[in-house]
Design a binder for this molecule. Structure first.
Ligand SMILES: NC(=O)c1ccc[n+]([C@@H]2O[C@H](COP(=O)([O-])OP(=O)(O)OC[C@H]3O[C@@H](n4cnc5c(N)ncnc54)[C@H](OP(=O)(O)O)[C@@H]3O)[C@@H](O)[C@H]2O)c1
Length: 269
């Protein structure tokens, strides 16, 4: 299916690895020029090279911190200088669970740091890139939320708060930006096989003296994922590309759950 995205532009926060890089790669394969935003320069440049080589699109790698308003404003300025306008903004940057201890006992600075990174970071990126998004019906803001917004996982209080807030901000901004013909949607993945998760699964399998496949099958069953596996990063990026295209233009304020039915059957850890 031709999504008709060739020649459009996208900015992806957290675009240097994991789901964000997969989203950038998926959009680039559809002919979209991409801006990758992350802090670590080495990983960013590596991702940009890979995407350039495999897709032939223009790729701008900008080292910036979503937790810092000035840094994100500078990233938007760089994107404007390179591409003029940005059709698609993907708010994806987020961090891993920082510690596994009970989060209600954390110092407030740790709660605040987590919220400052993901939900406030997404608002900063949205605010800074908004002037670059055209009002011609091609404008898209796509928020990468997560299933912690919909269920209780013991180590995931701040992830739950962040993702629930991402869902709410999606509804709010869909209404706020409707007059500019910019749609705002959330994708809510369950568990996704990122590079980091694949390494974790390999280590867990070694410790349990089973194959990675067997470890993952029993882990996903224990978690209650009816699909029996976690999502691939490409499954997330395909969903994003579809919403980003004209074929997805009737989605607005949607929360698209992409979880292999984890959230209806979860067995909380
Ligand atoms: N993996 C899953 O199973 C899963 C499931 C549901 C939802 N999600 C959500 O999907 C998103 C991506 O997750 P992931 O697992 O792909 O993460 P990841 O592999 O850890 O990648 C995170 C990306 O965000 C960037 N980043 C982190 N802090 C940043 C900051 N302050 N400023 C700019 N960039 C920053 C990282 O680069 P630098 O560190 O170099 O900045 C990296 O590019 C997150 O929002 C996460 O909550 C993930």
């Amino acid at each position: 299916m031709d999504l008709g995205l060739t020649g459009r532009t996208a900015a992806i926060s957290g675009g240097s690895k994991g789901i964000g890089k997969a989203i950038a790669r998926g959009l680039a394969k559809e002919g979209v020029d991409v801006v990758l935003i992350a802090r670590g320069k080495e990983q960013l440049d590596k991702a940009a090279d890979e995407i350039r080589k495999e897709s032939g699109v223009r790729v701008l790698a900008v080292s910036a911190d979503v937790a810092n308003a000035e840094s994100i404003k500078a990233a938007a300025d760089a994107a404007k200088a390179a591409f003029g306008s940005i059709n698609i903004v993907v708010n994806n940057a987020g961090g891993p669970i920082r510690r596994m201890d009970r989060q209600i006992l954390w110092p407030d600075v740790d709660w605040i740091d987590d919220l400052n990174l993901k939900i406030v970071g997404a608002l900063r990126v949205t605010q800074s890139f908004l002037p670059l998004i055209p009002s011609d019906g091609t404008g898209r803001i796509i928020n990468i939320s997560g299933s912690a917004s919909m269920l209780v996982w013991a180590p995931a209080l701040t992830h739950g708060l962040n993702n629930a807030a991402m869902n709410q901000a999606t509804s709010y901004l869909a209404a706020d930006l409707a007059a500019q013909q910019i749609t705002v949607n959330a994708v809510i993945p369950g568990l996704v096989g990122t590079e980091a998760r694949e390494v974790w699964a390999e280590n867990m399998a070694k410790q349990a003296n089973v194959t990675k496949e067997d470890f993952l099958a029993s882990f996903c069953k224990r978690m209650g994922i009816l699909a029996g596996r976690w999502a691939t990063m490409e499954e997330v990026s395909d969903t994003v590309a579809s919403i980003a295209s004209d074929r997805g233009k009737y989605y607005n304020g949607a929360k698209i759950v992409l979880d292999g039915r984890l959230t209806v059957n979860a067995r909380p850890a």
